[in-house]
Design a protein around this ligand. Structure first.
Ligand SMILES: Nc1ncnc2c1ncn2[C@@H]1O[C@H](COP(=O)(O)OP(=O)(O)O)[C@@H](O)[C@H]1O
Ligand SMILES: [Mg+2]
Length: 190
């Protein structure tokens, strides 16, 4: 087993063609709360990825979710991190995926190009660690706001054409309307 990545919440291991997401103990949390949180997040992540699968969103297959050991086993996506290979054209594919996800009442919660992979010309969404079930327009608008901010900061040279292409395939008008309000609020915060 090889350590692939170490995030804030989890260690990611590779074992052949399987990814193992192992939620690590946080010593700053009370032990009972820490255990509960890691268990519920492991369960929630598995549940939401499976829900996304049923909604025909491109996501890794959940192979096993063990809420005793808090290990989540996922299909390994062979491809590149979108962050490293993003093109404006690719943002149309991202628009389609996020549109389907939101239609299924799933808010990703961490929509950055580091949490997307490109495999065989298809965009696959990963990392549902901060995802939640939500039908709220506000939550979906915040999801888009995060993605737009990611484009502006990590892909500043192409961000505008990326965003325009994304909008071609993201179809929820109410969410886009709310995004304007989210952005206005953002401005007053800085
Ligand atoms: N199913 C997967 N297939 C391939 N790589 C993955 C997969 N899941 C995670 N990774 C890799 O591990 C990294 C961290 O995983 P992620 O689920 O995003 O955890 P974190 O919550 O730590 O960000 C990802 O950016 C990606 O490079
Ligand atoms: Mg991540």
């Amino acid at each position: 087993m090889k350590l692939l990545a170490q995030g804030a919440e989890a260690k990611i291991y590779v074992k052949g063609d399987i990814i193992i997401k192992d939620r690590v103990k946080k010593s700053y949390r009370l032990p009972e709360i820490d255990l509960k949180l890691r268990k519920s997040r492991t369960r929630a992540e598995a549940r939401l990825i499976s829900k996304a699968t049923r909604a025909k969103v491109n996501v890794p297959q959940v192979l096993n979710a063990n809420d005793k050991t808090m290990k989540l086993e996922l299909e390994k996506i062979e491809g590149s991190k979108v962050r490293d290979v993003l093109t404006p054209d690719m943002c149309k594919l991202i628009g389609t995926q996020i549109s389907k996800l939101h239609k299924a009442s799933i808010v990703h919660g961490d929509l950055t190009t580091s949490n997307m992979m490109l495999r065989d010309g298809q965009v696959v969404l990963i990392d549902f660690g901060l995802s939640q079930y939500s039908e709220r327009v506000e939550d979906k608008a915040v999801d888009l706001h995060l993605f737009k901010e990611c484009l502006k900061s990590k892909h500043f040279d192409i961000w505008l054409s990326c965003w325009k292409n994304f909008l071609q395939n993201y179809t929820d008008k109410a969410v886009l309307k709310r995004l304007e309000a989210v952005e206005r609020r953002g401005k007053y915060k800085h």
